[in-house]
Design a binder for this molecule. Structure first.
Ligand code: ADP
Ligand code: MG
Length: 399
């Protein structure tokens, strides 16, 4: 991994103004956040800078205002939630540059925290306009990016600012980059990847990148049906992208050439209707799926064999559930495999990194989330990283 500067590389910051990009795009209900995980994630960076005597200016987006002021999308709506998590009062500043920001900085004491308004109120943000970035940069002495979840976007606050100020990774960004490097950048081998979820079409680039990098590719979820069908298996009424037969076969060939073993389920859980505990549910071999049945989870024998594969591996990267885990008992394979991975991680034989919206929910449901080495909540940025793409926000820090 190319190197980047962290907060450890900062000298004396007393009285200096830190422009800190954070993710405060919180899910809201009735005017307050329903989940403050994102604030918890950036808390160490904010408090560390404040404790060192910097004036900390938080820079974030909130919703999609498309370059215009929107009274419902001001970051002032999350001020209270941020204050609660930090256990500190912060000052809301209804601009991102200009005299109001200048005056506010004058009022802030060393160690105080200010919250700038939604940076996406200005079109220069998403256009990554260098003049816009320069205007913001003029208020700060240095820039800290602690928003990995926005690092796949080349916006002024996620990428542009790094060209105008000395740039550092915040603690959350640092932890994320180290974990991702340990999982795919420079992993201990053998490496296993679990890829599941609904569709192959949304994860083609992920699969193509992984076959060249991992020794075991475990395919589950709805996307396994597409691979099974491509191998000539009749998958009945299952979710399946029959038009991707050639693509699935090409990925299997690429894996063959790269020495990557592709694991498809050989037993599955099927049902005639998609509901909780349907009476039509049964476990069968993949070759015994009836015309009116659909595959909703990986079967118990395959799960056991996959657990044995993980036991031979040193590193695991996981995106996508093994089955339709939101509906019981089609969570069984996901839960069992997640528990195996968690136990191996706890035992010290496996480094486990996972990410993806539904994946995080599935691991939490399995009670395995806290035992994984690292679970990324970064959604789109995590997937682009799994696709092997350079993330502009990260590249700007490492330049
Ligand atoms: P993530 O958000 O972690 O990247 P995805 O969005 O790709 O994951 O996939 C999650 C969805 O895939 C879940 O809603 C789950 O119900 C669905 N899914 C998994 N297996 C199946 C299956 N066999 N049939 C239909 N849907 C499935
Ligand atoms: Mg999803």
């Amino acid at each position: 991994m190319s190197s980047f500067k962290t907060l450890d590389d900062l000298g004396d910051v007393t009285g200096k103004v830190a422009l800190v990009r954070v993710d405060l795009n919180l899910p809201m209900k009735d005017g307050s956040a329903t989940d403050v995980t994102r604030v918890e994630a950036v808390k160490p960076t904010i408090l560390e800078l404040a404790d060192k005597g910097a004036k900390v200016l938080l820079l974030a987006h909130f919703g999609r205002p498309k370059g215009q002021r929107h009274s419902t999308m001001s970051t002032s709506f999350v001020q209270g939630d941020v204050e609660k998590v930090l256990d500190k009062e912060i000052m809301f500043i209804p601009e991102v540059m200009g005299p109001v920001v200048e005056q506010s900085i004058g009022i802030l004491s060393d160690g105080d925290i200010g919250l700038l308004d939604n940076v996406r109120f200005w079109p220069g943000e998403e256009a990554n306009d260098p003049e816009f970035a320069k205007g913001i940069a003029a208020h700060g002495n240095f820039y800290v990016n602690d928003a990995f979840s926005a690092a796949h976007r080349a916006h002024a606050s996620t990428e542009g600012l790094a060209h105008h100020l000395p740039a550092y990774a915040g603690r959350a960004m640092e932890a994320e980059l180290k974990a991702l490097d340990a999982a795919l950048g420079n992993p201990e081998q053998p490496v296993a990847a679990v890829v599941g979820g609904a569709k192959v079409s949304t994860k083609l680039d992920v699969l193509e990148n992984l076959v060249g990098k991992v020794q075991h590719l475990i395919i589950g979820g709805g996307m396994a049906n597409t691979f099974l069908a491509a191998r000539g298996v009749d998958v009945g009424k299952s979710l399946c992208e029959h038009d991707l037969t050639d693509t699935a076969n090409r990925i299997i060939d690429q894996a063959d050439h790269a020495g990557c073993t592709v694991h498809l389920p050989y037993d599955v859980v099927v049902a005639k209707e998609f509901a909780a505990n349907p009476s039509s549910m049964r476990v069968c071999n993949v070759h015994e799926v009836a015309e009116d049945e659909m595959i909703l989870d990986v079967g118990p024998q395959a799960v056991e064999a996959l657990g044995d594969v993980l036991k031979t591996c040193r590193t695991l990267v996981w995106n996508g559930p093994m089955g339709a885990f939101e509906t019981e008992p089609f969570d069984a394979a996901t839960v069992a495999l997640a528990k195996t991975a968690a136990a191996l991680t706890e035992g010290g034989s496996l480094t486990s990194v996972a990410g993806g919206g539904d994946t995080v929910a599935a691991l939490a449901h399995a009670g395995a989330k806290d035992d994984f080495t690292f679970v990324s909540t970064a959604g789109g940025a995590f997937l682009e990283w799994m696709e092997g793409k350079a993330l502009p926000g990260v590249a700007a820090l490492t330049a």
